[in-house]
Design a protein around this ligand. Structure first.
Ligand code: 13P
Ligand code: ZN
Length: 298
């Protein structure tokens, strides 16, 4: 039998996407984390050469994903360095048969551990696996989405509607919309539970003043989804900075798009009449409270 390549294809793919994410400016310092569910057939050629070590256990057992393998970015590791030294910055883990133990099979060479957002990743994998073929959970600090979260009224329907109006392809790429969380402390089971719950309905979740979580069947798909949502956010940041929309994509336009591309848009976002900036009650900067602004038109 031919020996497998020294560097597994899934490490090569992770290096590419992590480097692209860093180039986009979404992953400053150690910002962001990615997990990729590996199949038995992916790891089989390498298992013999790996020795299992234990990593800190999960605080809550996830029996539904017991025995599964994940390639995960390391906590505190810089995306910028992944290509240069994948074995120090990435790791392959297996969830123990009890759904709680974490076995480290490869990587984290300098004594590292998986991302501090591992609960959010694994709970989201559990949520998405139930009825999709999702294998990737991707978190990053997408610049314009973070900026937008300071001015948009933060509810899932409004955020989705704004991002659909940010450019024409958006409704087609994320018809199930963007879930919007309240601000929460990162790296906790609580934010993991809340994120996974929103990911049941949406393929993207906004963490206000922090970043975004997205899912996909492949690394490329999750990346492309964030790229699309972030591009729309960039448009909206420019639009708000230019004084607000004077004209926009209408509800009728959105319905026509959904028909042409055979997608079912999130009903609560389609039912809105445009999108709103926050009324200022959550303004933490200087106490300025601005009147609600109705942007867009139908
Ligand atoms: P980690 O370095 O632990 O992955 O944390 C980065 C981050 O973005 C937390 O939300
Ligand atoms: Zn983060």
């Amino acid at each position: 039998m031919r020996a497998p390549p020294d560097q597994p294809w899934f490490v090569t793919d992770m290096i590419r996407v992590a480097s692209d994410m860093w180039t986009k400016g979404w992953d400053e310092r150690n910002g962001g984390n990615v997990s990729y569910r590996l199949l038995e057939s992916d790891v089989a050629p390498y298992l013999e050469g790996w020795t299992a070590a234990s990593s800190p256990p999960l605080s809550k057992a996830l029996p539904e994903i017991a025995g599964q393998y994940y390639l995960v970015t390391g906590s505190g590791k810089y995306f910028r360095n992944i290509a240069q030294d994948p074995e120090a910055n990435l790791g392959v883990i297996r969830i123990g048969v009890d759904g709680r133990q974490v076995e480290l099979l490869w990587g984290y060479r300098d004594g590292g551990v998986p991302t501090s957002e591992l609960p959010a990743h694994l709970k989201s994998h559990r949520a998405r696996q139930a009825d999709t073929h999702a294998r990737v959970i991707m978190h990053c600090h997408a610049t314009n989405l973070i900026a937008l979260s300071y001015v948009l009224e933060l509810n899932s329907a409004n955020v989705t509607r704004a991002l659909w109006e940010g450019s024409t392809e958006c409704l087609v790429v994320f018809p199930d919309g963007v879930g919007a969380l309240s601000w929460m402390v990162p790296g906790t089971d609580a934010i993991g539970d809340a994120t996974a719950e929103l990911l049941r309905k949406h393929s993207v979740v906004l963490w206000p003043f922090h970043g975004v979580f997205a899912t996909g069947e492949t690394l490329g798909e999750a990346f492309g989804l964030i790229e699309t949502v972030e591009k729309s956010a960039e448009m909206l940041v420019k639009i708000v900075a230019m004084g607000g929309a004077r004209q926009t994509i209408s509800t009728q336009n959105l319905i026509a798009l959904a028909r042409r591309f055979d997608v079912v848009p999130m009903p609560e976002a389609l039912a809105l009449d445009g999108w709103r900036l926050a009324d200022g009650t959550h303004d933490l900067s200087n106490g300025n409270v601005s009147a609600p602004v109705q942007a867009g038109q139908d």
